[in-house]
Design a protein around this ligand. Structure first.
Ligand code: CP
Length: 317
């Protein structure tokens, strides 16, 4: 594997899930694999789980990792080719990329969307400029449109908790929020569940919150949340802002928070969320603190997700 920015970079998701579960049972099985190799983690945005789980994964593979908070500590990057740099940007990606390529063996990047210019965000302008100019493999720590390490952890969690004898019903359910939130986690979850191919997949959201079809194709989509929840095995709860009316909050969310009352239609359902979660806005305390919640297991699986991906890239260097 030469890069990890999307499910499209993974030829066989079930095999990668098994590699992650192997590391879960044997965290130090490949502790020599990354000896003498260095991982750079560049953050343009905040993180708790992604930062720590990727560092732990690297450590368990014998790699050294260095975190760089580009959004706070670095020179302001210029990404536009041919820019006249007489404004606020100080360092062009063309100059920074060779430097980073000489310091690191793998570079991980978190860069959120601006949620203003859809074409620029969905072209993954910043991430693609890194990929264009850098000479080492790139791993996404969440980009403008996708969050693949989270999605791999989510599929690992589905694999561990799915019913033994039948395909699970997995529902992605839109949730209320007070802010304009990227579509990355939801796009990515949809892309990975579809690519995994082992679930009946339903997406439910209010009108106006349709996600990009490139990711949702194959899923059943409904505006009727209660109908979607019927007999669900897993409900993945997440807010996202509008894709069509790009970045806008169109709905106050009234009636869309998942609670136990709604799950009377899905008595066995497990509930997932990538975290951080706005309690009693996106999801009720009763669900998050109760036996249905898988949110801690998902976060724990971020380590094995990152370890499986880094391992595959190390083996390809
Ligand atoms: N789920 C997730 O990516 O968490 P962080 O933003 O804390 O890394």
């Amino acid at each position: 594997m030469k890069q990890f920015i999307s499910a499209l970079d993974v030829p066989g998701i079930p095999a990668l899930v098994q590699e992650a579960l192997h590391y879960k049972n044997n965290p130090l099985a490949d502790r020599q694999l990354g000896q003498g190799k260095r991982l750079g983690l560049m953050f343009f945005n905040p993180s708790l789980r992604t930062r720590l789980s990727t560092q732990i994964a690297a450590q368990q593979l014998g790699m050294e990792s260095i975190v760089f908070n580009a959004g706070q500590d670095g020179w302001a990057f210029e990404f536009a080719d041919g820019a006249v740099m007489n404004g606020s940007t100080v360092e062009h990606i063309k100059d920074a990329a060779p430097v980073l390529s000489s310091y690191f063996d793998i570079l991980c990047i978190r860069t959120f969307p601006g949620l203003v210019d859809r074409d620029q965000d969905y072209a993954e302008f910043v991430l693609q400029q890194f990929i264009k100019h850098i000479r080492i493999p790139v791993v996404s720590l969440e980009s403008a449109t996708l969050h693949p390490l989270q999605s791999l952890a989510d599929i690992i969690t589905l694999e561990e908790h799915k019913p033994a004898a039948r395909r699970p019903k997995v529902v992605l359910s839109w949730a209320p929020h007070i802010k304009s939130i990227p579509q990355c986690v939801s796009n990515s979850f949809a892309q990975w569940v579809n690519a995994w191919g082992q679930a009946d997949f339903v997406i439910t959201h209010p009108e106006g919150y349709e996600l990009a079809e490139d990711y949702t194709r194959g899923a059943q989509i409904t505006h009727n949340q209660q109908e979607a929840l019927q007999d669900a095995d897993f409900v993945y709860v997440k807010n996202w802002s509008s894709y069509n009316d790009y970045g806008k909050v169109l709905h106050d969310g009234a009636g869309w928070m998942l609670d136990e009352q709604k799950l009377k239609a899905a008595p066995a359902a497990k509930v997932m969320h990538c975290l951080p979660v706005r309690r009693n806005l996106e999801l009720s305390d009763e669900i998050l603190d109760g036996p249905r919640s898988l949110v801690s297991q998902q976060a724990a699986n971020r380590v094995w997700s990152a370890q499986a991906v880094l391992s595959r890239i190390l083996k390809s260097l």
